[in-house]
Write a protein that binds this ligand. Structure first.
Ligand code: S3P
Length: 443
């Protein structure tokens, strides 16, 4: 999202909390909701998706797939989506530009998928998305034989794609990005011959699980991920979407750092490529326990109970980063109350998320009286911070920053409050966040 404008500068006030108590069922996982809609659009048959996340990003995916000729029904009340798959080759040229809104996932997935089709597609997004790096997807897709271009010398959206006639290739991923991995796997479904992805392929593995369950010719070998293209058909897959651990992360942190907290989070997805936040908090001394572990939609799910704890500083870097990349704004709040200097390293990807999250955390935490040391690939915060002060803070239109700031607000000294500008952006991934916050806070 672009800088707050006259229409998106609504503010919410967050007061300090005396106690945090209760149960929360966080909404469906964003990453899985996108995949369920986009992948089932090229499936054979009809798929029913329950507990779909009705966040703005996922609604962008629905809108784009509809423009490509897919019939999709969405019941907002039951959070159920029905996708009438068009089969692998049934998408139609859209009559207009596709708009991915704020969603990097929608844009990068569609860039790969539409590279498989011999018609022209134009994909744009909001101000934030139009400034996020697209060369990482355009370059390898061009190597596969697609015709693509983008603004600023093929680095930025809007993107123009004319696909078809793809050839499989060997490619070492230069960034640990599940969006890039998925983009290339989708293109590989349409490519003649094997596509082998190596390099930084260790990131969330929802795509591998989902496409395999649909019957895609995908395997993991010693060389990496291999798609034996072209695929002949994928079967539509009904799926119940687990709760989003990236949304649960705000409550995991809130309860860990608040002195009087006991929260239970129901049916949270605990795929181990996503549970870096739990591992990091446990390493810092958090009190988090799992129960009712089961499988939902091909993914492990559990109830999580989290209670107040005395945290020590965390050293977050290396291979855990892709497992918690979206949770770093929340972790930065945990660092405020942890004893010692917590450091995040190897996370330069934060510079190119919905906003530059390193710069945004430093500037907005600064307004609360917290000093954040920044580096090109991370940050350092020394805690526990004794005297947080209430102030007006900005979300920069970044959903995860808005929610992290809200959690920081709960830790203010009694009687103090903070105001968050452009708080509605939380709807991108967590519609209902502010209501859930109101329900667990006791004053
Ligand atoms: C996502 C992958 C991650 C994550 C994003 C969702 C996905 O992005 O930050 O919120 O659904 O695959 P990158 O692939 O850019 O790391």
């Amino acid at each position: 999202m672009s800088a707050p404008s006259a229409t998106n500068n609504a503010r919410i006030t967050i007061n300090s909390a005396r106690r945090l108590r209760g149960e929360i069922t966080v909404p469906g996982d964003k990453a899985l909701s996108h995949r369920a809609v986009i992948f089932n659009s090229i499936g054979e048959g009809t798929a029913r998706i329950t507990n779909f996340l009705p966040g703005e990003d996922c609604l962008s995916s629905i809108a784009c797939m509809r423009q490509l000729g897919v019939q999709i029904e969405f019941d907002e009340v039951t959070r159920t989506v029905v996708v009438h798959g068009k089969g692998l080759r049934g998408l139609e040229e859209a009559g207009d530009t596709l708009n991915a809104g704020n969603s990097g996932t929608t844009m990068r997935f569609l860039a790969g998928l539409l590279s498989g089709f011999p018609f022209q597609s134009v994909i744009t997004g909001d101000g934030s998305l139009r400034s996020r790096p697209m060369k990482r997807v355009l370059e390898p897709l061009a190597l596969m034989g697609a015709n693509l271009s983008g603004r600023k010398n093929n680095t930025l959206a809007p993107l123009v794609i004319r696909g078809g006639n793809l050839k499989g290739f060997n490619y070492a991923l230069p960034v640990a990005s599940a969006q890039l991995k998925t983009c290339l796997l989708l293109a590989a479904l349409y490519a003649e011959g094997d596509t082998t992805l190596s390099g930084l392929i260790e990131s969330r593995d929802h795509t591998e699980r989902f496409l395999t369950a649909m019957g895609a010719p995908l395997e993991k070998t010693a060389d990496g991920l291999v798609m034996h293209g072209p695929a002949t058909s994928l079967k539509a897959l009904d799926v119940e979407v687990p709760g989003d651990i990236s949304s649960a992360a705000f409550w995991l942190v809130a309860a860990s750092v608040h002195p009087d907290a006991d929260l239970t989070l129901r049916k949270v997805g605990v795929n181990e490529t996503r549970t870096g936040i739990i591992d990091a908090l446990l390493e810092m001394g958090a009190d988090i326990t799992y129960s009712n572990e089961t499988m939902v939609g091909g993914e492990p799910v559990a109830d999580l109970r989290v209670k107040s704890a005395r945290l020590r500083a965390g050293q977050i870097g290396g291979s855990i980063i892709p497992r918690l990349v979206d949770e770093i704004p929340a972790l930065a709040v945990a660092a405020l109350m942890a004893h010692g200097t917590s450091e995040v390293r190897d996370a330069s990807e934060l510079r190119v998320k919905e906003t530059d999250r390193i710069a945004a955390i430093a500037s907005e935490f600064g307004r609360l009286g917290i000093s954040v040391a920044t580096r090109p690939d991370g940050l350092a915060i020394t805690g526990p911070v004794a005297n947080l002060k209430g102030n007006l803070v900005k979300s920069y239109g970044d959903h995860r920053l808005a929610m992290a700031l809200a959690v920081a607000g709960l830790l203010l000294p009694a009687g103090q409050s903070l105001e968050i500008e452009d708080y509605h952006c939380a709807d991108v991934s967590y519609p209902g966040f502010w209501d859930d916050l109101g329900r667990i806070v006791e004053r």
